[in-house]
Write a protein that binds this ligand. Structure first.
Ligand code: SAH
Length: 216
């Protein structure tokens, strides 16, 4: 598990590219500049670790495109010590970005293989994150309420159960839609029963599915 000058140089280039594409949150850019994305990649795609694209990981899933990670993280407006729930751990890269920004991260994954793998990488990097193996549709009420919830798989409709786990003033970011494209949706909890929805462009995610897969 190593980082090196070559990878660091490639990350700087990636950050410049993300700036050009409109990412302006300095903390998000700093986290992307810091977290070694190549350590979260399947060895077959290692040389592409710093191209702005999604790539296959195990269990037939994907590591999100850096631009997508940057947009979702920017929309969350993460502050240090914020409690953030992530649904869809996948490689663990998005969770690492949030932890690097100083958030207390809770993350749920339905594939046991990914749940185990992500923990190994995260502990080798020295971040402290709470991992859960389970179906994220129900969230983690016992650890809430959260300042932010990030869903990193395509969901047809945002479950009320999750919205209820937001603090007042909290934010949920999710790609909403069926097959094909999803609309990046930000939901702000203004009050106990008042939520504001805005959309922020089209993206393509793997689907959010029900149940768990014990493949390891
Ligand atoms: N955040 C990830 C992106 C992973 S892709 C990263 O940075 O790499 C989306 C992930 O969501 C997949 O790993 C998929 O298995 C997971 N997922 C899909 N439905 C889920 C559910 N109901 N509960 C938890 N995880 C789910």
């Amino acid at each position: 598990m190593t980082d090196d000058f070559e990878a660091k140089g490639k990350r700087k280039k990636l950050v410049t590219e993300l700036r050009k594409k409109g990412i302006s949150d300095e903390e998000v850019l700093r986290a992307i500049d810091t977290v070694p994305r190549h350590l979260f990649m399947d060895p077959a795609f290692l040389i592409h670790a710093y191209t702005d694209k999604a790539f296959p990981i195990s269990s037939g899933q994907t590591i999100s495109q850096p631009y997508t990670v940057a947009i979702q993280t920017s929309l969350l407006q993460v502050k240090k010590r914020d409690k953030i729930l992530e649904i869809g751990t996948g490689s663990g890269y998005q969770a690492a970005i949030l932890a690097e920004m100083g958030a207390k991260v809770y993350t749920i994954e339905r594939f046991r293989e990914l749940y185990l793998k992500a923990q190994q990488i995260i502990s080798a990097l020295g971040y402290s994150i709470d991992f859960f193996y389970g179906d994220g549709h129900v969230g983690k009420a016992q650890y809430g309420p959260f300042d932010g919830i990030i869903i990193t798989a395509a969901i047809r409709e945002i479950p009320v159960t999750l919205l209820k786990q937001l603090k007042t003033g909290g934010r949920l970011v999710a790609p909403v839609g069926g097959g094909g494209f999803q609309e990046m949706t930000l939901v702000k909890r203004d009050d106990e029963d008042s939520f504001t929805y805005t959309t922020h462009g089209s993206f393509v995610f793997v689907p959010m599915l029900t149940g768990t897969i014990n493949n390891n």
